[in-house]
Design a protein around this ligand. Structure first.
Ligand SMILES: Nc1ncnc2c1ncn2[C@@H]1O[C@H](COP(=O)(O)OP(=O)(O)OP(=O)(O)O)[C@@H](O)[C@H]1O
Ligand SMILES: [Mg+2]
Length: 273
């Protein structure tokens, strides 16, 4: 009893932190958009200037010594590549920020037309980067497969992203934990897919981590059931996830797991346009 109360208190603290973190990250995301747009726009402008410069060089080719000409061409081409990279990564950052804003803007329990592939992708990588920041030697391969042309569908983005995050965090932990004791030829892998079938969207997240034993499979959805050390799990992730998929979205949450080999979770959600 005492232990349960302690866990509950810890969970409450965590939720308070998460709530303020949500507000904070929405604020930060919003603020970062502006400077990031400057970075992208100035890079694009510089790219245009570089083109002008190239033209001037070409017009004056005969005035530049041969060896200098080659150096100039190399430098211009490197600059062009660098600017391209700045724009590419800047745009990636902008798209992550848009994802965060979209999710934190939606009201609680509000169904919003959503690009599910985009949502899944953003939260898979958000979880990945959070794990990398928190766990030493966290090195995994992520395989992604997104069906093209899935229509925008009505979901509660705040909740669906939470569900993806919960399952991805568990998968990441399972491969990380296994890698701590596995032999060197173990390659931690997580496979993610989003597809449609028969009016449903199907999201799968599979790992080749430590898998679950019989007891864990039985008790997976019990409140506060966890096999993780204190501070690494409260045992509520899967309860919350099942509530989100089954009660809030009218879908089905299933899993398949083999001890020592890995686990796959599947969300099957009816498409509401
Ligand atoms: N992909 C997985 N591979 C192996 N075991 C898993 C996996 N997902 C869940 N589990 C097992 O199920 C237990 C319960 O998972 P759940 O997400 O509900 O709680 P948790 O991860 O322990 O804590 P948290 O509330 O922080 O998510 C985990 O402690 C773990 O033993
Ligand atoms: Mg969990």
């Amino acid at each position: 009893m005492e232990q349960e109360i302690k866990k509950l208190q810890e969970q409450l603290k965590k939720q308070e932190k998460l709530a303020s973190l949500g507000l904070l990250s929405a604020g930060i995301a919003h603020e970062i958009q502006n400077p990031l747009n400057f970075v992208i726009n100035f890079s694009k402008m510089s790219d245009k200037l570089l083109k002008d410069l190239t033209e001037i060089i070409e017009d004056n080719e005969d005035k530049i010594p041969e060896e200098d000409r080659e150096d100039l061409e190399d430098i211009v081409s490197d600059l062009k590549d660098n600017l391209g990279k700045i724009v590419e990564h800047g745009e990636r950052a902008i798209s992550i920020i848009r994802g965060i804003l979209l999710v934190s803007r939606g009201k609680e329990n509000e169904f919003v037309p959503t690009d599910v592939c985009h949502l899944v992708k953003e939260y898979i990588w958000l979880s990945y980067h959070a794990m990398r920041a928190n766990y030493k030697n966290f090195n995994i391969a992520i395989h992604e497969q997104y069906e093209e042309g899935i229509p925008m569908m009505m979901v509660i983005p705040q909740d669906l992203s939470r569900a993806v995050l919960n399952v991805m965090n568990n998968a990441s932990y399972a491969v990380w934990h296994k890698s701590q004791t596995a032999s060197e030829d173990y390659h931690p892998e997580i496979s993610v897919s989003v597809s449609t079938d028969d009016g449903n969207v199907i999201i799968t997240i599979g790992d080749n981590g430590e898998g679950m034993n019989e007891e864990t499979k039985q008790r997976l959805f019990e409140n506060f059931f966890t096999t993780k050390p204190v501070g690494h799990g409260t045992g509520l992730g899967m309860t919350i996830t099942r509530d989100i998929i089954e009660n809030k979205h009218g879908g089905k949450l299933t899993f398949d797991s083999k001890e020592g080999e890995g686990t796959t979770f599947t969300f099957t959600i009816p498409i509401k346009k």
